[in-house]
Design a protein around this ligand. Structure first.
Ligand code: GLN
Length: 537
């Protein structure tokens, strides 16, 4: 098999130009041309991973099958490409330094002075090439986080320069994403920021092969020529990336602009067949031509930053789209709103999602939402913390156990319906999270089984606390069904309230597995039922 080839995507001028979406779109086109592709994100911050970051910093933490806590861009990669990523697909500066420092402590550098060049850059290059080592992929796309000119990004740019020199012609392509702003006062698109950004990249010894120019209006031939002239890039490799109505338009826009062809040419690879985008276009048509709307309330404490619930939002879009509906998402703040306000939001919704979360802020608001939706038979989908709080609400209001709680929220509670397992208590500092893919067996007579049409499912986890098995009998006797258990440990994975049209809460995170071409059955069914009930009202 031919050697793996590499594509690097850097960003210039400003952040938030959509590097992740452009990378995922390019990967999608190459995949549909028959290449085996994966994407990696290099993040220039010093945290080892985003697991400990407040969602307000970088949005949600995406969890992979192997339990890596990663950047939310990996979610875009999986949703666009229908592939699975892993720890190797997301590397931070913290992890690079950790590896180098551990090696230094073990004496592996044989007394040498350990420096950014070559030791840190060597480790960066090693991490980039790990994915290519077993020849599983034809092409690896590496997205470099941050903006050219940031001090933090320098070692990464240097690593790209070195790799370009080491691997030689035809082995890699460098894409630079920039902004071409329109200046109303001048009535013109301005190329100067792009010129400067490329100049900065070239000062580091990196000449981009392709420019992807984010713009709110079409680039004329003249503008493209001007950019090409000043940046040493071929005019046909100046690609326009115009603001799109939805991120799902971007692969098709990149196809029109022939970004995939430009890359393949640079990599000396055959252009192959036209990408088969039929299923994608079909999804997009449904998305753009909905028959009706569906209103879902998402109850969480980070709702001001929509990226904090990215995967749930996208999964709901998938679910709505496959039901030919337009999603109207009502972001309900569980901490700032009063109980009455929360209930007002829920009354106006066709279904309710109780979001995952950590810590006690906003918990009572979520419990109010749970109680109202349960008692008023409004479709309710609880995810992770959402399941734990459903258990607490049920214990308090149905079983009459007023002090029921999670030991996360009240370590001294007398009625710990949610708690740590005995062996977790010994090891409180780190390492106690249940992370990644695990197998769950569903009860054949459960609602969830009917939806999955399968008795064993694999879903991803990210939590520390568990449903306390001492309460199982009491719950089941009073109408809260344990619909699924972990196949190895027997831990409770799903609670369903039986006297209700749709009340499913899961300890796992189904939202990490929904993709454009493979929407998650729980989300599709949740929306479908919510819509049916809306029409029966
Ligand atoms: N805080 C809960 C736990 O640690 C739930 C976590 C989550 O919702 N992801 O178990």
């Amino acid at each position: 098999m031919a050697k793996t080839k590499y594509i690097f995507v850097t960003g210039g001028v400003t952040s938030s130009l959509g590097k992740g979406i452009v990378s995922a779109s390019l990967a999608k086109l190459l995949q549909e041309r028959g290449y085996k592709v994966t994407i990696q994100k290099l993040d220039p911050y010093i945290n080892i991973d985003p697991g400990t970051l407040n969602p307000y910093e970088h949005g949600e933490c995406f969890v992979t099958d192997d339990g890596a806590e990663t950047d939310l861009d990996l979610g875009h990669y999986e949703r666009f490409l229908n592939i699975r990523t892993s720890q190797n697909n997301n590397v931070t500066t913290g992890r690079i330094y950790q590896t180098v420092i551990e090696k230094e402590r073990k004496g592996e550098y044989l007394g040498k002075t350990v420096q950014v060049i070559p030791h840190i850059t060597d480790e960066i290059k090693r991490r980039i090439q790990i994915l290519g080592n077993n020849n599983e992929y034809d092409i690896i796309i590496t997205e470099i986080g941050g903006t050219i000119g940031d001090i933090e990004s320098l070692p990464y740019v240097e690593a790209v320069r070195q790799l370009n020199w080491e691997l030689g012609d035809g082995s890699m392509a460098i894409i630079h994403l920039t902004l071409v702003p329109y200046l109303a006062a001048a009535g013109e698109l301005k190329t100067k920021p792009t010129q400067h950004s490329v100049k900065m990249l070239m000062e580091s010894g990196v000449q981009p092969d392709i420019l992807v120019c984010r713009t709110d209006r079409h680039l004329t031939k003249e503008v493209r020529k001007k950019i090409a002239l000043f940046t040493n890039v071929r005019p046909e490799n100046v690609i326009e990336s115009i603001d799109a109505e939805t991120i799902y338009d971007v692969p098709l826009l990149m196809l029109q602009e022939e970004l995939d062809k430009a890359v393949l040419k640079k990599l000396n690879l055959p252009i192959g067949n036209e990408p088969k985008m039929d299923a994608w276009i079909d999804f997009l048509n449904k998305f753009k031509n909905p028959k009706d709307t569906i209103k879902i309330a998402l109850v969480g404490k980070y709702v001001e930053l929509h990226d904090a619930y990215k995967s749930i939002h996208e999964s709901l879009i998938h679910g709505a789209t496959y039901n030919h509906l337009k999603l109207e998402l009502d972001w309900v703040h569980s901490e700032k709103l009063s109980d009455d306000e929360i209930i007002e939001h829920i009354k106006k919704s066709d279904g309710v999602i109780i979001a995952p979360g950590f810590g006690s802020r906003g918990v009572e608001g979520k419990i109010t939402a749970l109680k109202y939706a349960r008692e008023n038979k409004i479709p309710l989908f609880g995810i992770c913390f959402g399941m734990q709080l459903a258990a607490i609400e049920f214990a308090r209001n149905v079983l009459g156990l007023k002090g029921a709680n999670s030991t996360e929220l009240n370590p001294h509670t007398k009625i710990p319906v949610i708690s740590l397992l005995e062996d977790q208590k010994l090891n409180l500092l780190g390492g106690t999270m249940r992370l990644g893919n695990q197998t769950c067996r569903l009860e054949k007579d459960s609602h969830t089984y009917k939806i999955y049409k399968n008795d064993t499912i694999n879903e991803r986890h990210r939590h520390r606390y568990e449903f306390n098995s001492n309460f199982e009998k009491k719950f089941e006797k009073n109408g809260m069904k344990i619909a699924g258990r972990d196949i190895k440990t027997n831990l409770v994975e799903i609670l369903e309230y039986e006297d209700h049209p749709w009340f499913i809460t899961t300890q796992f995170h189904p939202e990490y597995k929904s993709t454009v071409l493979n929407p998650h059955p729980l989300f599709v069914n949740f929306i479908k039922t919510a819509y049916q009930l809306k029409n029966n009202k």
